[in-house]
Design a protein around this ligand. Structure first.
Ligand code: SF4
Ligand code: SF4
Length: 184
């Protein structure tokens, strides 16, 4: 079993969480690694526009190395340590009050109900009602919908998003992440 995470600078406890989930199923995580990517969270960091190309370039080198490790059945032997401060922050941002604050909103006047946001949300948290999309209350704050909306209709209450602030990995196409076929 191997797990690889992407992140924008803080790996958090994602690998530990994955390991814990696998343990529940009597499985073991034999290998894990991470790939630093451009930051497009827009919640805390904003966009690191000056580092995009550098990070994409380095991520390819790292990914190639990870692929080699996996092919060679390399195993991590070091214990995965819990980052306690990160755990506190995670609990905080997933609390219902903070989650609500960091959940993006859809500007219904701009929304053309194309269905893209609904299709790319990894936790099925976007529904369509009366011909308009709206975000429900189980948001994981991944900001995928915000970056993929062609009308730039998704933003934070106090932080409007401009077209040039949207970021998508240039090598990832909509068909790669959309959950259902869209007539675009
Ligand atoms: S992606 Fe944008 S325009 Fe399309 S349904 Fe969602 S909010 Fe509306
Ligand atoms: S931010 Fe992510 S989890 Fe939240 S509604 Fe948008 S796509 Fe779904």
């Amino acid at each position: 079993m191997f797990g690889v995470i992407t992140h924008g600078g803080d790996k958090g406890n994602a690998i530990l969480s994955l390991q814990n989930e696998l343990h529940k199923k009597a499985c073991n995580l034999h290998y894990h690694s991470d790939v630093l990517m451009p930051v497009n969270s827009r919640i805390m960091y904003g966009m690191l526009t000056d580092k995009i190309e550098e990070r994409i370039r380095e991520s390819k080198v790292k990914t190639d190395a990870i692929v080699e490790d996996i092919k060679n059945k390399v195993q991590n032997t070091k214990k995965i340590r819990k980052k306690h401060l990160t755990a506190v922050m995670s609990n905080l941002v997933t609390s219902s009050v903070v989650r609500k604050y960091f959940t993006p909103q859809i500007h219904s006047d701009l929304c053309t109900n194309c269905g893209i946001c609904q299709s790319v949300c990894p936790v099925n948290n976007i529904s369509v009602k009366d011909g308009k999309a709206f975000i429900e209350d189980k948001c994981e704050q991944c900001t995928t919908c915000l970056h993929w909306c062609p009308q730039v209709a998704i933003h934070y209450k106090k932080r409007k998003v401009r077209k040039e602030q949207q970021y998508r990995n240039p090598e990832v196409k909509l068909k790669d992440i959309a959950k259902r076929s869209l007539s675009l």
